[in-house]
Write a protein that binds this ligand. Sequence first.
Ligand code: NAG
Ligand code: NAG
Ligand code: NAG
Ligand code: NAG
Ligand code: NAG
Length: 423
Amino acid sequence: MAVVFTLAFVLAAGFLHTVDCEDNGLGLFPPLGWNSWCTWASCGQKGASGKMHDVCNETEIRSVAEAMLSNGMHALGYEYINLDDCWGSEERAADGSIQADKNRFPSGIKNLTDWLHSKGLKFGLYTSAGVTTCSSGERPKPIPGSYGHYEQDAQTFADWGVDYVKIDWCNTKVNGTELDYEKVHTEFSKGLNATGRPIFLGLCRGYPYPPPDYTRQVANAWRVNGDHHDEWSKTAEIIELMAPKEIADFAGPGGWNDPDFLMTGGAGCDEAASTHCPGMTDTEYVTEFTIWAITASNLLVSTDIRNLTDIMKTILLNEEVVAVHQDKLRKAGYRVGTWHCSDGSAHCQLWARPLNGGAYAVALYNADSESHDITFEFDLIGWSGEATVRDLWAKKDLGVKSGEFSMKVPSHGSVFLKLTKPT
Ligand SMILES: *[C@@H]1O[C@H](CO)[C@@H](O)[C@H](O)[C@H]1NC(C)=O
Ligand SMILES: *[C@@H]1O[C@H](CO)[C@@H](O)[C@H](O)[C@H]1NC(C)=O
Ligand SMILES: *[C@@H]1O[C@H](CO)[C@@H](O)[C@H](O)[C@H]1NC(C)=O
Ligand SMILES: *[C@@H]1O[C@H](CO)[C@@H](O)[C@H](O)[C@H]1NC(C)=O
Ligand SMILES: *[C@@H]1O[C@H](CO)[C@@H](O)[C@H](O)[C@H]1NC(C)=O
């Protein structure tokens, strides 16, 4: 089945995965959704006010889902409601099975999943490959990870109707020996497969950069970096890691690069103060989303979508930008060059992504601390002749251009363009 699909896609798009990819039938397009991690302060931690601030429970999750259904996000394709660390009970059941925290989820996970499915949404859960989860060190009592229970937990997730699993990499030293990430990820992936329920698998760390070949064979998404915090230095660092063509070429139907959650300028993690939201400027949030979209990355928003700020509306609900992210050709973009500042410095960048029907998405990104005119010469992306240029963030046609195009780009900002052949 995998072979047939791949060949069909080669004919349609001239694109081939470099390795046999995970073929559970999922991740045919990069996922769009929400994750609980940064909506509130991290699990089990006291915020600046001294209150336990994480309120990840069934009532809250339903209210987030209702917001996604009614605020325009679901209509644009956002569909995952994913819980990060903290949903789990501190104790496994007598038969060793993993359980939800009964105070947070008194109706049980299956009840929540059934309800989400009835609304047309999908549900994801978190686990750690290790003995305990990542936030366990900050809690009075740790939450068990899946170590020693990979097959059993996979079956429990399938029984609950889970659609997406993120497997984190914490507390993976067992009796003094670090677990072998390739063995562990392969075993967990096989455990999911054996349940018969197709479940999207997202790998979160363990392996080096660039992600080794096996990640694409066992999973539908793989982190390329450490955690993305809501601060510009982190975002800029991740953009660098996403830039090489080699990384873009990992992605395709069945599997996607994951630069971690997006913050998007929402209210959230307020009590975690300096390291969390909203920690960047609106201009920087636009760049964040531009790069995640042009690279066809896993796109999970991790701030509170129940009360969209103006910048969140502008970014998350721009249907033309989301359409680039979900483009039918499903070819990830990358950085073409870094030499186009008017002053000759290397901070101005050209990113490009081929789109269905011969169009191109192009991002002009200014990584410098001052604004610059960036000149984009069409032949750098192999484009000959004239192009109709549309500014996707401004939702404005800029007219038919020939050969090159210049635009002023603010510090840390991005202009996101779509080029089509003039009719
Ligand atoms: C399990 O793996 C096989 C072989 O790779 C694949 O054809 C099948 O679709 C997978 N099933 C699930 C439920 O993931
Ligand atoms: C969930 O959290 C909210 C807000 O803190 C609280 O009002 C509600 O009672 C909680 N519900 C459950 C089921 O724990
Ligand atoms: C799910 O839980 C809700 C609220 O606790 C309850 O009203 C409903 O009957 C439950 N549904 C199922 C299928 O158990
Ligand atoms: C570590 O080793 C001890 C002694 O062999 C064993 O009882 C224990 O279960 C091991 N711990 C883990 C997490 O495997
Ligand atoms: C929504 O956020 C705004 C500020 O962004 C705030 O003034 C308002 O109180 C919030 N509303 C709710 C219902 O949380």
